[in-house]
Write a protein that binds this ligand. Structure first.
Ligand SMILES: [Mg+2]
Length: 188
């Protein structure tokens, strides 16, 4: 009889974060939000760094999940998005991972929101407990993606010209308020 060993995997909760309109300032045209096209236009909202640090301190992994279809459509170089993400990791040191979908959106694909692939892939990589996790975003795709992944959802409402599909668990008006909702729910 050998000595048996048991490997215990501790699952951790995460907050999944949309990028444009959630962490960094979106470009709004005709009531719809868009990603900045150039690195010089990539700017975080106020309080994002502090709010992320507070979520991290409360025990959450922080994972960005972002659709960047302009790359798949050939309208933007992948290198520009990669430079933005290097900047994002520099500005927000509490981030654990950035998941990106470059899919054009011409047809549904498993990792492009509202499909939950980016969240499910990250959950596998980092041993995440989805039942204790959250998705924060400013569009219906983020809310639906969170629902499909089985996490709680916080919608940041900028009153875009866009109709929600699934109903979010919480609605707020900025990222700081989203983080406060999560922190409050964590403590109760
Ligand atoms: Mg967004």
């Amino acid at each position: 009889m050998g000595i048996s060993s048991t490997k215990i995997t501790v699952l951790k909760p995460a907050v999944f974060l949309d990028r444009d309109g959630t962490l960094n300032v979106q470009v709004i045209r005709d009531g719809k939000p868009y990603a900045p096209r150039e690195l010089k236009d990539f700017k975080l909202f106020p309080d994002v760094v502090e709010s992320c640090a507070a979520l991290k301190k409360a025990g959450y992994l922080l994972i960005v999940a972002t659709n960047q279809p302009d790359v798949g459509r050939g309208d933007m170089p992948k290198a520009t998005v990669e430079a933005m993400h290097a900047e994002l990791l520099r500005l927000i040191p509490s981030l654990d991972l950035i998941e990106v979908s470059y899919d054009s959106g011409k047809e549904p694909t498993p990792r492009r929101k509202p499909e939950p692939g980016m969240l499910l892939d990250a959950a596998k990589t980092l041993n995440i407990d989805l039942s204790r996790s959250w998705m924060v975003g400013d569009r219906w795709r983020d809310v639906d993606c969170g629902k499909r992944a089985g996490v709680k959802t916080v919608f940041i409402d900028y009153a875009y010209d866009e109709v929600l599909q699934a109903k979010p668990d919480y609605t707020v008006s900025n990222f700081k308020a989203a983080a406060e909702v999560i922190l409050k729910a964590t403590m109760s």
